[in-house]
Design a protein around this ligand. Structure first.
Ligand code: GLP
Length: 237
């Protein structure tokens, strides 16, 4: 996974460096949370210390739990600032994360899509994959044309994610998440899947029929996508 994270971090750095800062449009990056991308964020912070600037980068996070305050250390807000945003020079106004405490989820999600569109779409979307093949929080059943919306989490996701909470009852039952088509509309998509726990998900992603039964399979329809795996996650192939 270390090599995989190094590869992905370098790819992100290359894209940012290659992007012409004279253009009015900023570089638009879609970002995941989870343990898989931690090594990527660590390297991007390192790159910033060595001179890489994120001033022309605008970010959109994939998802956020409903009901958690940004200060809650299990929220994806907290994760992003802790691992990345607090350590680089990205302007606060460039950071977009769905508000899981909004009192109008529908409006929150519609605004999120509109904001992405106002930047001309996402250049590069990084993603992880859940053990059952979810992408962002697009669980089994999410359609190819799904957009940003409130989603209810599968029992398996609640179980897996409960490792970060004191007990499973504290894991939120729903989240706001970009849709499958929000991800696939990006110009480039990079999915990270590391470790033996992801072996089944990798196998399904690559070999199952492309369908809502395993939303990560939809990534195969993207013409500029990569799945980054390691020895563990490749062990089912
Ligand atoms: C959560 C997130 C997903 C992420 C998945 C895998 O369910 N909503 O976006 O891909 O976890 O996380 P990890 O990288 O920790 O295995």
């Amino acid at each position: 996974s270390d090599q995989g994270c190094a590869y992905v971090a370098q790819l992100v750095i290359d894209r940012i460096v290659a992007f012409k800062p004279t253009e009015e449009r900023p570089f638009v990056l879609g970002l995941p949370t989870g343990s898989s991308p931690e090594g990527v964020y660590r390297r991007l912070v390192e790159a910033h210390k060595n001179g890489l600037s994120f001033r022309n980068v605008v970010t959109f996070n994939m998802d956020e739990y409903c009901g958690l305050a940004p200060t809650n250390d299990q929220s994806y807000h907290y994760f992003m600032y802790h691992h990345f945003f607090s350590h680089v020079d990205i302007p606060e106004k460039n950071i977009h994360i769905l508000n899981g405490q909004s009192d109008n989820f529908e409006l929150e999600c519609a605004n999120y899509e509109a904001t992405i569109a106002s930047f001309g779409g996402i250049d590069l979307f990084l993603a992880g994959v859940g053990v059952e093949g979810h992408i962002a929080f697009n669980e089994k059943g999410s359609t190819r044309d799904s957009r940003t919306r409130q989603v209810f989490l599968d029992e398996s996701t609640i179980r897996v994610n409960s490792r970060f909470f004191e007990d499973p009852s504290q894991v939120p039952r729903s989240a706001l998440s970009v849709g499958v088509s929000t991800v696939l509309a990006a110009k480039e998509v990079i999915i990270l899947a590391f470790g033996f726990a992801k072996a089944e998900a990798v196998k399904k992603t690559l070999l199952d029929e492309v369908s809502s039964d395993c939303p990560s399979t939809f990534a195969r329809e993207h013409t500029n996508s990569q799945l980054i795996i390691d020895t563990g996650s490749a062990s089912g192939l």
